[in-house]
Design a protein around this ligand. Structure first.
Ligand code: 6PG
Ligand code: NI
Length: 194
């Protein structure tokens, strides 16, 4: 990898980077256990293994000093009354933050710390979201028809801890109630035993 400055464009209409060398696709089948309504999940999966979200990245070494960056695209849809969302994660190195810039769509970031704080921040075009160190984060697309597109930047050595969220869930869920997004307590949330 040449260590020279470089530029690339973002085509917001097609929600793609002009240059990327990693493309992750997450389908419904990779989200077993993540959605609250497990019956709706099973019914939907029996019909179609839908594409829920994609990540386009420019690879960089995963070391301190580097800044990993790319485009996250969450497609519109719901499982039961819960909107399409990313798995969500803590960074393995908990003391690392992340910056998101929203380019397209309507969404929210659901966040929490191991200490019990939580926050849900709106994502819409032109808004920057700063996720401080220690905060787990999950993007949720609350739009009816449009992709939620964000550009993200985080430290090269951060790593991903998916296991904690997979096992315990987030404290809060974003669901649709009477046509509107609503933050509710996650009925299946479990406290991490210390
Ligand atoms: C990261 C970023 C971001 C995230 C995607 C997909 O740390 O890598 O938060 O790129 O990975 O939005 O979300 P999940 O990694 O939670 O599936
Ligand atoms: Ni992250």
């Amino acid at each position: 990898m040449k260590n020279f400055p470089f530029t690339f464009g973002i085509d917001v209409t097609s929600a793609q980077l002009e240059h990327y060398d990693n493309h992750i696709r997450r389908r419904l089948s990779s989200m077993v256990g993540y959605y609250s309504d497990q019956q709706a999940f099973a019914r939907q999966l029996a019909k179609e293994d839908s594409l829920l979200y994609e990540v386009y990245e420019t690879r960089r070494p995963e070391v301190a000093g580097e800044l990993l960056n790319g485009l996250s695209v969450v497609h519109p849809g719901k499982v039961g009354d819960e909107y399409f969302m990313t798995k969500g994660h803590f960074h393995s190195v908990l003391e690392t933050g992340e910056v998101y810039y929203c380019l397209k769509g309507e969404g929210a970031m659901v966040m929490e710390t191991p200490e019990g704080d939580w926050s849900v921040e709106e994502l819409r075009p032109g808004r920057v979201l700063y996720v401080p160190p220690r905060w787990a984060h999950r993007s949720v697309n609350i739009g009816a028809n449009e992709d939620l597109v964000t550009f993200f930047v985080y430290p090269g050595h951060a790593g991903h801890d998916y296991g904690t969220i997979e096992k315990f869930g987030f404290r809060k869920l974003l669901v649709e109630r009477e046509g509107k997004p609503q933050v509710i307590d996650n009925p299946r949330w479990r406290a991490q035993s210390v």
